[in-house]
Design a protein around this ligand. Structure first.
Ligand SMILES: NC(=O)C1=CN([C@@H]2O[C@H](COP(=O)(O)OP(=O)(O)OC[C@H]3O[C@@H](n4cnc5c(N)ncnc54)[C@H](OP(=O)(O)O)[C@@H]3O)[C@@H](O)[C@H]2O)C=CC1
Ligand SMILES: O=C1O[C@H](COP(=O)(O)O)[C@@H](O)[C@H](O)[C@H]1O
Length: 500
């Protein structure tokens, strides 16, 4: 793809956590890989009064001390403004013009909203009033961080508000899961191999299971998380996007709209879960205090910023169906939670069993039927489980693994999600960004769950001790089909992922 030219990336909320921990390190990596536009500037914009040098010094704490870091920092500038004050956008505009003069360029602009979401409608409005949202000759793009709304109504309002000032083609809604290598690899696995797609349907697949477990808790984000919870924070966006990639039809071409049309169709085919069905199909939980490796761990309600009587879920498990030709009758299961025993995100495709058991049941596949496990993180890769004869007398069947580790392919580092997504935006490729209609469709699916939990106090929120796999009731969703795949029953001391 052609390298994009002459760009200024304006980060609103540049004094914050996301800029330091994710955005600047990702930009530095792109710089080292020589992927940034030839003339490229980052302009941080937030209220904290910093000079360019002070901003660079703050950035320095989060940048690796590798060759090139000093040159990279010279691209960083800072303009104190209050993003909610319309009058400050004049200062911003002047500063952009100065930088263009200094770099002898006329530039394309990318505006990155990395502020609290309450400013996501205000900033675009002020950008438009200042004449910064449009240009005849240059692109003006807007990256919007998550959360994109907190329910269906607010997501729709935000879409309407953004579309007042920017066209859909200018808007890039970040879902960092789409920037993960293995998520993209799912398209390649499915659509570049002749062996998977013929089996990828209700004739051969018994169920699909997605686990996204974190061993961390809310890590100082209690104030935000307590108004969000696992359903809004992970399931509505990241995990439904994974479902989109697993379940979509082949796109006509590998282009943003072709792929995003297919994802939208998947979301439109999700069978609605009505408010009265929520307790049957959805299980929520909240971690309680516990002792892990001899150390006392706080329960969620005792975390800073969290209400002592909070009923916010830190775990959610759900069963649902996709009512279309390919997936009719195949249940999908998702679970995600904080303070689980390990950090792992994986998709398990459970295939149906053979039509007739030649070997007696006790001799059939020991771990169940064939499984294809797509490991999104860590240790990205793909694992196929199938039956083989145990050497020796008789016909004992044992499960064996065909295991591919993505790291075997890469002779250089795997790009982080933010590297890939920032680069795509610079190049005008929105394939891995969520489109407004799909975001609304995903909210439409989860809205009855939000409503039921908010209005029906009889729907339980189960406690689970920190460091366990969530409420036992989440197993009942899957039974009698089996159990969740527990990827790491034997935890290593360092808590890293381990295959059974
Ligand atoms: N941190 C993360 O890992 C992730 C963050 N996000 C999202 O990205 C966005 C930024 O996150 P993060 O950096 O963690 O957030 P921070 O809380 O660190 O805030 C970012 C910046 O916004 C500015 N800000 C805060 N309140 C106001 C206000 N009332 N008016 C104007 N500016 C304000 C602050 O700068 P100043 O005071 O200088 O104006 C602050 O540095 C959020 O929407 C978050 O949900 C999404 C995924 C991950
Ligand atoms: O967006 C979010 O994602 C992280 C998990 O991301 P990962 O890349 O580490 O899997 C989650 O911890 C956070 O609560 C959520 O806001």
């Amino acid at each position: 793809m052609k390298k994009a030219e002459n760009q200024i990336l304006i980060i609103f909320g540049a004094s914050g956590d996301l800029t330091k921990r994710k955005l600047l390190p990702a930009l530095f990596q792109l710089y080292k890989d020589k992927l940034l536009p030839d003339k490229f500037v980052v302009l941080g914009a937030s209220r904290t009064d910093l000079s360019d040098d002070e901003f660079r010094a703050k950035a320095d704490e989060f940048l690796s001390k590798e060759e090139g870091v000093e040159d990279f920092k010279k691209m960083l500038f800072y303009q104190p403004i209050s993003p909610s004050e319309e009058k400050d956008y004049g200062k911003l505009k002047e500063r952009l013009t100065e930088l263009e003069k200094q770099y002898k360029m006329e530039a394309n602009y990318i505006f990155y909203l990395s502020t609290p979401p309450s400013l996501y409608d205000v900033i675009p409005k002020h950008l438009a009033s200042a004449g910064l949202s449009k240009s005849e000759k240059f692109f003006r793009r807007l990256i919007v961080e998550k959360p994109f709304g907190s329910d269906l109504k607010s997501a729709k309002e935000l879409n309407i508000s953004l579309l007042n000032y920017f066209q859909e083609e200018q808007i890039y809604r970040i879902d960092h899961y789409l920037g993960k290598e293995t998520v993209q690899n799912m398209l390649v696995t499915r659509f570049s191999n002749g062996i998977f797609e013929p089996l990828w349907n209700q004739n051969y697949i018994e169920r699909v299971e997605i686990t996204s477990a974190e061993n961390l808790g809310v890590e100082g984000r209690g104030g935000y998380y307590d108004h969000s919870g696992a359903l809004r924070d992970m399931l509505q966006n990241h995990l439904l996007q994974l479902v989109g990639f697993v379940a979509m039809e082949p796109p006509v071409v590998v282009e943003a709209d072709a792929i995003r049309n297919e994802i939208l169709k998947v979301f439109q085919s999700l069978r609605p879960i009505s408010e009265s069905q929520v307790s049957k199909y959805v299980i929520r939980g909240q971690y309680t205090d516990s002792v892990i490796k001899g150390e006392k761990v706080l329960g969620y309600r005792d975390e800073p910023g969290v209400d002592h009587l909070s009923r916010t879920e830190t775990f959610v498990a759900i069963k649902f169906f996709i009512d279309n030709w390919r997936w009719a009758g195949v249940p999908f299961f998702i679970r995600t939670g904080k303070k689980l025993p390990t950090r792992v995100t994986e998709i398990v495709i459970h295939f149906k069993s053979v039509p007739h058991h030649l070997f007696n049941p006790s001799q059939s596949l020991s771990g169940g039927n064939n499984q294809l496990i797509i490991r999104i993180q860590p240790d990205e890769g793909i694992l196929l489980k199938f039956g083989m004869k145990t050497p020796g007398a008789g016909f004992d069947v044992q499960t064996v693994n065909m295991d591919f580790h993505y790291s075997d392919l890469a002779d250089k580092h795997l790009s982080s999600a933010y590297e890939r997504l920032l680069l795509d935006c610079m190049q005008g490729d929105a394939t891995l960004y969520a489109r407004g209609d799909a975001v609304e469709e995903a909210w439409k699916f989860v809205q009855p769950i939000i409503n039921a939990w908010g209005t029906n106090p009889e729907i339980p929120i189960y406690g689970y001790p920190a460091g366990t796999w969530g409420p036992e009731d989440s197993d009942k969703l899957i039974s009698p089909r089996g159990t969740w795949r527990y990827p790491c029953k034997n935890l290593t001391d360092d808590g890293l992922y381990c295959e059974l």
